[in-house]
Design a binder for this molecule. Sequence first.
Ligand code: GH3
Ligand code: MG
Ligand code: MG
Ligand code: MG
Length: 293
Amino acid sequence: MKILIADDEPISLLYLQAVLEEWDYEVVTASDGNQACEILQSPDAPMLAIIDWMMPGMDGIDVCRVVRESVKDRYVYMIMLTGKSETEFIVEAMNAGADDFISKPFNIDELQVRVRAGRRIADLEQKLRIKASHDALTGLYNRGTILEILQKELTRHQRNKHSFAIIFGDLDHFKRINDDFGHLAGDMVLREAAARISAVLRPYDSLGRYGGEELLIVLPGCDAIEATEIAERVRLAICNKPVTTDAGDVPTSLSMGVAVIAQGQQISFNGLIHLADAALYIAKDKGRNRVEL
Ligand code: GH3
Ligand code: MG
Ligand code: MG
Ligand code: MG
C-alpha cells in the first residue's frame, strides 16, 4: 500500500519515511502543500496520506480542503500530523477534511495503529469502488461506468475535436446457447468473450457490459477505418474457436455496430448510442457474425 508523507522538515520526513518503510508501506514524499496536493490529485495517487499542518505556502489544512473538494472518484484517507494538540485544532483539521489527527511528538505504536485503521478504510473503499463500477460475472466495466466513460469521451471530443468511435456488440443467438448448453455454460461464454475482446483492444480503449449479452466499446481517437479494423479483430477473436465449457464446446459469434464521430461533428449522447444500435441491427439482419458501420 502506497502512502504519502507531506512535511516541510527534512528530518521529520526522513524519519517518518524510514518508519513506514519498515512497516512495508511504499512511501511517496512531498516537502510542501502544493506538491502534496498535486500528488494526491494524480490518477495513481496513494490512498493514505500523513500531512503536516505547518508548511510554507499551502498548509495541511488547505491540502485537506482542496483534496476533499477536488478528488471525487476515490477516497483519500488523510491523517493530520502536528505539534498542536488542543481540541480546537483537532476540530479545525477534521472540519477541513482530515480523517484523523496525530500530535507531535507522536508515539510510534499509536502512529502504527492509526495508519493501520486508515488502511482498513482505504482497502474497503477500494474494494467497494471496484465492485460498484465493475460487472460481477465478466469483470468488465458495468453499464453505469462504461456510459460514464462514453460521456467523458464525448465531452472531450467536443473540446478537442478529435474523432472517436464506439462499438455496440451483441452475442449471436445467445438464448439458443443457454437453451442448448445451460445457463452456466452461457455464463462461461460471456466471461470468455469478455476476456478475448479485452485481449485485442488497445490499452486506452474501454470495454463494458451494457446489458445481458450486449457490450459497449469506447475507442478514443479512432476514425472509421481504425474502428472497423478493431471490430473485425474482435469478431475474429470470438468466432475463431469455440468456447470450451463444462457442457461442451460452444461455437460463439458476435455482431457489431460501429458508430464514428468525425472531428468537429456534433452529436448527442443518445444520438451516438442510437447510431451504433442501428448499425448493430443491420449486422443482425444481414446474418450475424459481422460488423456494420
Ligand atoms: P440475437 O442473435 O438476435 O442477439 O439473439 P439472442 O438469442 O442473443 O437475443 P435475445 O435478446 O433474444 O437473448 C439474449 C439472451 O441472453 C436472453 C438472456 O437469457 C441471456 N442472458 C442475458 N444475460 C445473461 C447472463 O448473464 N447469463 C446467461 N447465461 N444468459 C444471459
Ligand atoms: Mg511543518
Ligand atoms: Mg441482446
Ligand atoms: Mg444476442
